[in-house]
Design a protein around this ligand. Structure first.
Ligand SMILES: [Zn+2]
Length: 44
C-alpha cells in the first residue's frame, strides 16, 4: 500500500513494503506493484 508522508513541507508517497519515497503517486504505485519484499526468492 502506498502511504503519504510530509517531508520538508511537501507530500511524499511512500512504499509501505520497503519504505522508499517518491514525489509522484503514480511512481510510488508503479514501484509498489513491482515491490516484492514479501517473497525474496532471489535471496534463497
Ligand atoms: Zn517498495
Amino acid at each position: 500500500m502506498v502511504t503519504t508522508t510530509q517531508k520538508d513541507g511537501e507530500t511524499w508517497f511512500q512504499c509501505e513494503e520497503c519504505g522508499m519515497l517518491f514525489d509522484v503517486r503514480a511512481d510510488a504505485q508503479a514501484h509498489e506493484d513491482n515491490c516484492d519484499t514479501d517473497s525474496p526468492s532471489y535471496l534463497q
